[in-house]
Every structure is written in structure tokens, then in C-alpha cells.
Write a protein that binds this ligand. Structure first.
Ligand SMILES: [Zn+2]
Length: 343
């Protein structure tokens, strides 16, 4: 799926993306072949670079189907070369085809362990893929060490401790993904503290409503939120979030695929932006949600009437809020400012 040129040329940043969620069916097939793994037939039935899953009509049906497909597809990852290829493939595509200049990717030591990789080995494998993509395209990348909420507070604490025990120049933030209904946010504060990293984000306000956003903000002291879209249900919360200059990492296609909203017209992307929240975009698990970071910018224009200048502002927001060193931030901001909108 090629982007129209007026969208392609806008410099982009992906501030909410899970590494394993970028895997394409082609790459799944290639790695499965290398690792001699048989794939479930249903997974690859859908046309193009996306995956098939069974929809079931229960409220969490889309989410469950997605998680099963995610497990099936990512089960092929069994070693360092797989993670190098995965990282390179995503970064190269995003930079070359979509003019993405910066990606901040969530990686999880738990997923590394499933692929039989220690955390340092996983990071080394990812770094190799990044360095190759960067040499070829100039794209910058940083990583967010991410604990998985439904694996529980003890597992998360271990992830935090591993993060501190193996500092890595590309690991610049700590985050939490997974089922927002599992445990309380306060249960995970020790994991955040253990990581030793000051840059923090957490998924909140996607599967659950305003209360989780407040809890994440007040307990974890964060300004960046994975999704936060359901803050729109509470106007007092919207004011509070504006007052702290909150940064919602908005992933429209993900929200639509998982039925957080049933209609683009109900999605708060435009309302967030107009309310002065510091909105950034993310592709989340792009190949599963039939999207890419470029496609998210295109949707912002086509469904939410963002001008090219406003699209560039989303990228400027992302670079300003990126978990990155100041010289790199300055360099990336120059690339955003060099962009001239056509009209
Ligand atoms: Zn996410």
C-alpha cells in the first residue's frame, strides 16, 4: 500500500509501536521456514500484509482474536537473527517508503525470553538491525523497556531490575503494556522505580476509562500515555490533562480494529488536538491492524481533516516529547522544520 506523495513527504515519527507487532506475513513465513516451524493455516489467509483472526461477538472478542493471532505470528521468533531481521525490516520500510525519521519501539524482556534470548542478547540483536537500517536511511530509533501488566507485578519488577542491571544507550524509557484490567497501577510502581529510568509511559485509557488515566498519572507521575483516548469521556479529566501538558500516544487504526470506537466520527483524535493536548501518533501493532505509521498520518488527513502543516506539528510534538538525548532531538527537529507544506 503506497502512500500518496503529499502524505509520504511529511516527516513522521512513530511514538507507540510494539516491536513484535510490526512483523509482516512475509517475514513470518521467512522466519518460520528458517526455524522449521509450521504455521496455523488460518493465520495467513488474509490478502496482503496483514493477519487473519477469528472475530467473536463478545465485547472482548476482537481483542482475544487479535491476541491469539499475535501469539501465533510471534511464536516464530526464536533467536537473535530473527530480532535483527524484524527490527531492520520495520525501520527500513518506515523510513524508505514513508519518510519516518524516528521510531520509539516498545520491547519486552518477556518476549525475548520466549525467543530464548537474554535481555542483553535481545538488545544486541535489535541494535544490529537498527544500525543497518540507520546506515541505509538515516532513521533514528530508541527503545522503551516494557513490562506486561497481565504477567503481574512480580514479573514486571524483574523486567525493571533487568533494565537497570543492563543499561543500554538505546533503552531510554520504561513502559507498561498489556491488559489494563489486570491488577492496580500502584502494583507496578516498584517496577518503574527499579528500572532506574526517568522517562515513563504507560498504556491507560484504551480498554478502561478515565479512572485508569488518572491513576497512571498520579501514581506513576507520567505525562505520556499509551492511547488515553477514553479521557474524552470526562471533561474534567480533559482539563486536568491539558494542565499537565499531557501527551496522548494516539493509534487510530488500533482503536478501530479493537472496537474502542465504532466510527471514525466518534474517535477523539481531532478533539484532542483542538483541545491543545500534545498529540502524537503511533502504529501500535501495525501489520495486525492493517496499518503503518504513514497510513496513520494519511488517516489523520482523510478522516480528521489534518492539514499537512498539522501533520508536521504531530511529528514536532513527537520529537519534542521523545525519550532522546538533546543533540539528537535538535537534529531531528531540524528535519521537521525543513519540511515545507505545499499549501
Ligand atoms: Zn500499544
Amino acid at each position: 500500500m503506497r502512500l500518496p506523495e503529499h502524505i509520504r513527504r511529511v516527516p513522521k515519527a512513530d511514538l507507540h509501536v510494539h516491536l513484535e507487532g510490526t512483523i509482516t506475513p512475509d517475514l513470518v513465513k521467512r522466519i518460520a521456514h528458517r526455524n522449521k516451524i509450521k504455521l496455523p493455516d488460518e493465520l495467513l489467509k488474509r490478502e496482503g500484509q496483514t493477519f487473519q483472526w477469528k472475530e467473536d461477538p463478545t465485547p472482548l472478542g476482537s481483542l482475544r482474536g487479535f491476541l491469539q493471532a499475535y501469539d501465533d505470528a510471534t511464536k516464530v521468533l526464536r533467536g537473535a537473527q530473527d530480532y535483527t531481521d524484524l527490527t531492520y525490516d520495520y525501520l527500513k520500510r518506515s523510513a524508505e517508503e514513508e519518510n519516518c525519521i524516528y521510531a520509539e519501539i516498545m520491547v519486552s524482556a518477556d518476549h525475548g525470553a520466549m525467543a530464548k534470548l537474554s535481555w542483553p542478547d535481545m538488545l544486541a540483536a535489535i541494535t544490529r538491525g537498527y544500525e543497518k537500517a540507520k546506515a541505509e536511511t538515516g532513521i533514528e530509533m530508541r527503545l522503551i523497556s516494557t513490562c506486561v501488566r497481565h504477567y503481574g507485578p512480580e514479573g514486571a519488577l524483574k523486567v525493571g531490575e533487568l533494565t537497570r542491571a543492563h543499561p543500554h544507550p538505546l533503552v531510554t524509557g520504561f513502559g507498561m503494556a498489556g491488559d489494563e484490567t489486570a491488577f492496580k497501577i500502584a502494583d507496578f510502581l516498584p517496577a518503574y522505580e527499579a528500572s532506574g529510568l526517568k522517562n515513563r509511559t504507560a498504556h491507560a485509557g484504551e480498554a478502561t476509562g478515565p479512572a485508569t488515566v488518572r491513576e497512571a498519572r498520579d501514581v506513576l507521575k507520567i505525562r505520556r500515555f499509551g492511547h488515553m483516548v477514553r479521557a474524552i469521556e470526562d471533561s474534567a479529566l480533559m482539563d486536568e490533562q491539558k494542565a499537565i501538558n499531557a501527551v496522548p500516544e494516539v493509534c487510530v487504526s488500533s482503536n478501530m480494529a479493537l472496537k474502542v470506537f465504532t466510527d471514525y466520527r466518534k474517535h477523539p483524535l481531532r478533539k484532542f488536538f483542538d483541545a491543545g493536548l500534545k498529540v502524537v501518533l503511533g502504529s501500535d501493532d501495525p501489520t495486525f491492524f492493517r496499518t503503518s505509521i504513514g497510513r496513520e498520518y494519511q488517516i489523520a488527513q482523510e478522516k480528521f481533516a489534518f492539514t499537512e502543516k498539522e501533520l508536521a506539528k504531530l511529528t514536532r510534538n513527537a520529537i519534542e516529547e521523545a525519550f532522546i538525548d538533546e543533540p539528537t532531538r535538535a537534529k531531528l527537529l531540524q528535519r521537521v522544520d525543513a519540511f515545507k507544506a505545499a499549501a
